[in-house]
Ligand binder design. Structure first.
Ligand code: GDP
Ligand code: MG
Length: 728
């Protein structure tokens, strides 16, 4: 019999889940998004004997309570898709902590197979794990694996197929552990009510839902409220027991539940499952030694800034040549189209709208790839967690939280992130006020979409010090985020700060394969966006820049002028007189016409209408159009400038790259360039980010606040720079 077995892969972050997924599926995988959110959805296929296996990679999580988007996604997939088997990948070296998730999966009742991964490291640390005993005590199959080398993967798949066969058609059997004399009676009451009223019983075991109520799980309580009048009664029971715990033990249900879970795990581990032979010669000790230097009070930050600076240096040094190739390629492509198509709208669309617009964005692919590669290196080695750890001390002072570091870094704290997942990463913040401050300031970071703008202008105006200036821009982003959050936390979002605990994973050597996959995943996202969203917006903006046409009388006036000069040129040529000056005159008229046409278009009208406002910041109408377009997606700023300068340029024969055109425009000076860079860095988050902020903050109010406040701030900063520049 052959049937498709649906298998979900769960595990803590850094347990080797991705590595295991790749080892199981090889190249047969598909990466997408869960609908509406940016948590990666990875699926793959493989077969074991007769059986086809459909593998779903769940996001890495420590628990299944709704603290983060990842946790919600993970448990929803298990509840809704009812996988035949869940494989939980555990880091064997940190068995206790990793079993915490396993227990919760068992409480959901899913048929489980444990993959004790990183057994090579556990062994090196001198740990001995009795797999048979662990399997017997938990009553689930346990297989040891080294995902990195593929060892144990075949046995894991065999155990999975066997588990699926054994559980086929059977009801899920949730694990039931005791939560002590205070919670157990409350649990029983909750369970009775839940079963009686069928609260979410189609998705979750009653006991599981009851525990979530006790854990104050936002999502479950919300769902309960929407569907059942009995929800109020359930919440009342939770309130009572909470009050009781508060007055007798000065604690709350969530903490008690965690204690009992760990108690359950410890009792299992103590029964001879783990023996440590030699705990000194392990990698953890080495990590500790490294950390004594790397997270040292004074040395640590120095090393951190050194590394960040190095990233920019390396990126610029190595990417110059490939960036040149890309530029040449798009130049060549434009030339071919130009030579082979007749003048007209279609040619204009392809050259100005598509090639110049998208080409401007694609040209930065090599640069961005180098940046992503180095970020992957920092992440995979474990250094990124140290950065978060060190910055936590600083963050507290500015009214933020250690958990704000990740949203900032993801948003582009080390240039090249994206504010959408960044804003979503703020879910881990428990205090609504620290979260709000993080949501509003994270979009200041130098996200991957702003990078092309920075790179373009830095390349033109600060050619000698590119890496240095890029590094400075990143520092400015951080400084603005911190200062603004300090101000906000003392005014509109006042409130106490909350304590923070964070553990540091041991350092580890990244693998080439892991680096390659991480780099490529992000680069591909960038390319895909350029090929889809950016292409669509480019075409839209091209249309807005092309229509309506210049009124016929004006076209006629330009034509008349051109005919006069052309006749003069002809007669000069005929008599052998020099015509260079006349040629120039003709070119000037054509330039004026192109500019008048662009100015007359829809986009031009908007840009011109904004000129009085933006003039103090030194931006002309072309820049204004680009900035308005940038609200849709920041990459559009470069593509719009590309189109605007290309359309304004009448002589496509010498199709100069955008950089040269900007360099020749007298409107751009170093001080307007700086003002522009800062404006782009700080102004309204892109549309998608604004929607994400709305979701995270729970109301449009703060999403709109971020648009208005950030743009206002950007404007003030840009105007200040230009005005100070004038004085100097
Ligand atoms: P994820 O966060 O769970 O997806 O973890 P990854 O698959 O990205 O793995 C994190 C790191 O652990 C990578 O550097 C892997 O190469 C490494 N790794 C994964 N499995 C093993 C293993 O079995 N042994 C060792 N030594 N390293 C592993
Ligand atoms: Mg991973």
């Amino acid at each position: 019999m052959s049937k498709e077995i649906k298998v979900a892969l769960a595990g803590n972050p850094n347990s080797g889940k991705t590595t295991a997924f790749n080892a199981i599926t090889g190249a047969r995988q598909h990466v997408g998004n869960y609908p509406g959110i940016t948590v990666d959805k990875k699926e793959g296929f493989t077969s074991v004997g007769e059986n086809k296996i459909h593998l779903i990679d769940l996001p890495g999580t420590y628990s299944l309570t709704a603290y983060t988007m990842e946790e919600i996604v993970a448990r929803n997939v298990v509840a809704d898709q009812r996988p035949d088997v869940v494989i939980d990948v555990l880091n064997a070296g940190a068995l206790e902590r990793n079993l915490y998730l396993a227990i919760q999966l068992m409480e959901m009742g899913a048929p489980l197979v444990l993959a004790l991964n990183m057994m090579d490291e556990a062994n090196k640390q001198g740990m001995k794990i009795d797999l048979a005993k662990l399997s017997e005590l938990l009553n689930v199959p346990v297989v040891e694996t080294v995902a990195r080398t593929g060892d144990g993967i075949p046995s894991l798949m065999e155990a999975t197929v066997k588990c699926a066969a054994e559980n086929q058609g059977k009801k899920w059997e949730p694990l039931s552990i005791s939560y002590g004399p205070d919670l157990d009676p409350a649990l029983d009451k909750l369970i009775a009510l839940i079963e009686e009223n069928n609260v979410l019983t189609d998705r979750y075991p009653a006991r599981w839902t009851a525990i979530k109520y006790l854990e104050s799980d936002d999502e479950i309580i919300q769902l309960g409220r929407e569907m059942h009048p009995v929800s109020a009664e359930l919440e009342e029971i939770v309130k009572d027991v909470s009050k009781h715990l508060e007055s007798t033990l000065a604690t709350y249900p969530e903490a008690v539940i965690a204690d009992y879970r760990y108690g359950f795990i410890t009792s299992i581990i103590r029964q001879g499952v783990v023996t440590r032979l030699d705990a000194t010669a392990d990698r953890v000790a080495l990590s500790d030694k490294i950390d004594r230097v790397v997270t040292h009070r004074f040395l640590g930050p120095l090393i951190m800034f050194g590394i960040m600076y190095l990233i920019y240096q390396i990126t610029f040094t190595f990417s110059e040549t490939p960036v040149g190739w890309f530029e040449n390629f798009f130049g060549w492509l434009g030339g071919i189209v130009d030579a082979n198509m007749s003048e007209g709208l279609l040619k204009s669309l392809i050259v100005s709208g598509v090639i110049d617009g998208v080409g401007g964005v694609m040209g930065f692919v090599p640069l961005i790839m180098f940046m992503f590669l180095q970020i992957a290196l920092l992440e995979d080695s474990g250094y990124m967690a140290r950065v978060a750890y060190m910055l936590d001390r600083v963050f507290r002072f500015f009214g933020l939280h250690g958990c704000s570091v990740m949203p900032f870094i993801v948003s582009g704290g080390i240039a090249g992130g994206c504010a959408v997942p960044g804003v979503m990463a703020a879910r881990t913040l428990r205090s609504p006020k620290e979260k709000l401050a993080t949501l509003i300031t994270a979009p200041f970071m130098a996200c991957g979409a702003k990078l092309p703008v920075f790179l373009l202008f830095v390349g033109i105006f600060f050619k000698e010090h590119q890496a240095m200036v890029m590094f400075l821009i990143t520092m400015v982003a951080w400084a603005c985020a911190l200062i603004v959050s300090k101000i906000l936390r003392n005014t509109v979002i006042k409130g106490e700060s909350t304590p923070f605990v964070m553990e540091l994973p041991p350092y580890r050597f990244p693998t080439m394969r892991g680096l390659f996959i991480h780099t490529w995943e992000r680069t591909w996202q960038y390319i895909k966006k350029a090929g889809t969203v950016i292409l669509a917006i480019s075409i839209l903006i091209w249309a807005a820049m092309t229509f309506p046409n210049l009124p016929a009388d004006q076209v006629a006036a330009f034509d008349a002028q051109k005919t006069v000069v052309q006749e003069q040129i002809d007669s000069a040529n005929a008599s052998g007189a020099p015509a260079a000056e006349l040629e120039e005159k003709l070119a000037m008229i054509e330039n004026d016409e192109a500019e008048a046409t662009l100015k007359n278009s829809y986009a031009g009208s908007i840009g011109v209408a904004l000129e009085p406002v933006m003039r103090p910041a030194g931006f002309d109408w072309r820049t204004n159009i680009a900035l308005v377009g940038g609200f849709a997606a920041k990459e559009v700023i470069v593509s719009t400038l590309g189109t605007a300068y290309s359309l304004g340029d009448v002589d496509p024969e010498d199709a100069a790259p955008l950089a040269e055109r900007i360099a020749q425009d007298p409107n751009w000076t170093p001080s307007t360039a700086i003002a522009f860079l800062l404006f782009v860095l700080l102004y309204a988050p892109c549309f998608v980010t604004v929607v994400a902020i709305k979701q995270e903050a729970g109301s449009w109010k703060w999403a709109l606040f971020s648009v208005v406040f950030n743009t206002g701030l950007a404007y003030i900063v840009a105007v200040a720079v230009v005005q100070i520049g004038k004085l100097l």
